[in-house]
Design a protein around this ligand. Structure first.
Ligand code: AMP
Length: 553
């Protein structure tokens, strides 16, 4: 089957971007997808969602700003100054590409139309460019794609390569469009998408007419169930009414462990394959026996107690030798749920049943079953919370024994309770050199939350990181600088940090209209990406919550 032209997709995405109506965005994409076969639908949906590889795949095709800027200059003859002027004007590298590509310096050897298959082949080559010499290989691949691209195609190619689509086509809408294009109900679409974990794979199955028969299976990571936040033990007691399970809130990294045919793989919350970072987990479960998929938390743990979460960070970012990391902060896997066992999905069984199956899977391994106690009433919940804090855990997760495993949802079956005032997950968008003891290192970070498709700044933090972490941040920030203004630099939004603060104020200093008071960085969230940061509504909610308290007092 002939592959469709990339231009059709670029055109559809441009129309999606041009309308504020969600209904229209869905209609445009649905109509576009209808004309595509499974292979093209896979690529189109993936690109529309800002991805260039399947979720859960070990290899990424994404390309850094520096490489893209360099290739754009080469292809169009633009100067460094011209590029940075264009960036300041648009604030979006895709739009920069569109503007610059209107004047190409070089023309492709053969002027041929780019198809979706060509695009996927380019991505595949980028994914496999690794190790020594991969930088120049990547530049060559991107160059050949950009040479063949029209300005509009270049725009969406660059957007896909940076993962910053800004079309307002959030995953929910894309899922709706795929359902509409291929005649699936909302429920069927949600289920197939959840199980496949990847929007492209879902579109491919939908286009083949096989979406309704998709099942969970090992080595296909599934979106995690999340807990709903609660402010007090009383609210939790009221939410669950009867007896519920209380578990420690382990402070580590969420991990899904899959086993089949003697092989074990580990997936992160973002559905990335992180097997290589967790040899202890692989060792715990390696061996014969029925296949399974379990959910739990990888926790640095020694002497019967959790160690500080920060100890895992360096390992995750591969900043130190793995052997060394394993010695310094050995990881224990605390399993709390099971999604699949011996050929059968278990997600729809009640939690009480799933716990029984999980106990069997964990028995005899060096992993542990998350401890569960039955609680009821405010005092029961409060008591369990205290014990958990005394033992050095972060808080409590309370679960309904009857609840199913709600894939990818902040389900009402799980409730979490943490002690301190809420924290916010934010992304660093600009950074400055420090003063005095911190001269020469980049130690002041301006950060933002999400607002619709964009980002809005809410504060600037100077404290909370160790000297070593600041050194690491300095290196990383230099590598993702978009524009260097001397003492400060604008950076590509990708470093996520969790900030604590005393309160939220109204302020014109930041473009969100709010400023966090006394913000401090609690930790660098290597496990989260810009898609996982908090939204402006949460800031607003905290702000109005405070007001209520002041008014009540
Ligand atoms: P937060 O990161 O504050 O949004 O809290 C939710 C996270 O707590 C989950 O995504 C898990 O990684 C983690 N967690 C720790 N212990 C548990 C547990 N016993 N059950 C469920 N989630 C847990």
């Amino acid at each position: 089957m002939k592959s469709a032209a990339f231009l059709g997709l670029a055109d559809a995405l441009e129309r999606v971007r041009g309308t504020a109506s969600k209904k229209e965005k869905v209609a445009v994409i649905a109509a576009y997808l209808q004309g595509l076969g499974p292979e093209d639908a896979t690529v189109a949906a993936r690109v529309a969602s800002g991805r260039t590889s399947e979720r859960g795949s070990r290899d990424e095709a994404q390309v850094g700003y520096a490489t893209l800027l360099e290739v754009l200059r080469e292809v169009t003859g633009a100067t460094e100054d011209g590029v940075s002027r264009s960036y300041l004007k648009h604030g979006d590298l895709g739009e920069v590409a569109e503007e610059l590509l209107a004047h190409k310096k070089e023309q492709p050897l053969f002027a041929a139309e780019l198809s979706l298959r060509d695009l996927e082949e380019g991505f595949a080559r980028l994914r496999s460019a690794k190790g020594h010499g991969s930088g120049s290989a990547k530049r060559r691949i991107v160059k050949s794609l950009l040479l063949a691209a029209t300005p509009l195609e270049g725009k969406y190619l660059v957007k896909a390569l940076t993962g910053e689509m800004r079309t307002g086509l959030v995953t929910g809408l894309l899922e709706e469009a795929i359902a509409a294009a291929y005649g699936l109900t909302k429920g069927e679409a949600a289920r197939a998408h959840m199980v496949l974990g990847d929007i492209g794979a879902f579109a491919g199955e939908a286009a083949s007419g096989t979406a309704t028969s998709v099942r969970i299976r090992p080595f296909r990571p599934v979106n995690f169930m999340l807990a709903e936040p609660f402010a007090t033990a009383r609210e939790i007691a009221e939410h669950f009414l009867g007896t519920a399970y209380a578990e420690y809130k382990y402070d580590g990294v969420r991990a899904q462990v899959h086993r089949s045919g003697g092989e074990v793989r580990v997936y992160s919350r973002r559905l990335e394959d992180v097997t290589a970072s967790f040899p202890e987990i692989v060792a715990s479960f390696r061996g014969p026996g029925a296949g399974f998929i379990i959910d739990g938390e990888a926790v640095p743990f020694a002497g019967g107690r959790p160690l500080p979460f920060q100890l895992l960070q360096r390992r995750l970012r591969r900043m130190e030798d793995l052997e060394e990391a394993v010695k310094k902060a050995p990881v224990t896997y605390f399993a709390f749920d099971i999604l699949f066992r011996g050929g059968e999905e278990t997600v729809d069984l009640p939690l009480s049943e799933r716990r029984r199956l999980l106990r069997e899977v964990v028995a005899g391994t060096s992993a542990r079953l998350a401890e569960t106690t039955d609680v009821s009433g405010e005092e029961g919940v409060q008591g369990a919370f205290r014990r958990s804090r005394d033992l050095g855990y972060e808080g409590l997760v309370v679960k309904d024994p009857e609840s199913p495993y709600a894939m990818g949802k902040r389900g009402s079956g799980w409730a979490k309770l943490k002690e301190e005032l809420d924290t916010l997950d934010v992304v660093v968008v600009a950074a400055e050199y420090g003063h005095g003891k911190r001269a020469g290192v980049i130690s002041d970070y301006t950060f933002a939350v999400r607002d619709g498709g964009g980002l809005k700044t809410v504060g600037k933090a100077y404290s909370g990181l160790t000297d070593m972490e600041i050194d690491e941040m300095t290196e990383r920030l230099k590598a993702i600088t978009v524009k260097d203004h001397g003492y400060w630099r604008q950076v590509r939004p990708e470093i996520v940090v969790e900030v604590a603060f005393d309160s939220v104020q109204r302020s014109d200093r930041h473009d969100s209209g709010f400023a966090l008071r006394f913000p401090r960085i609690k930790r660098i969230r290597a496990d989260k990406g810009v898609a996982d940061i908090d939204d402006i509504w949460k800031v607003e909610r905290i702000f109005s919550g405070q007001k209520l308290k002041v008014e009540e007092a």
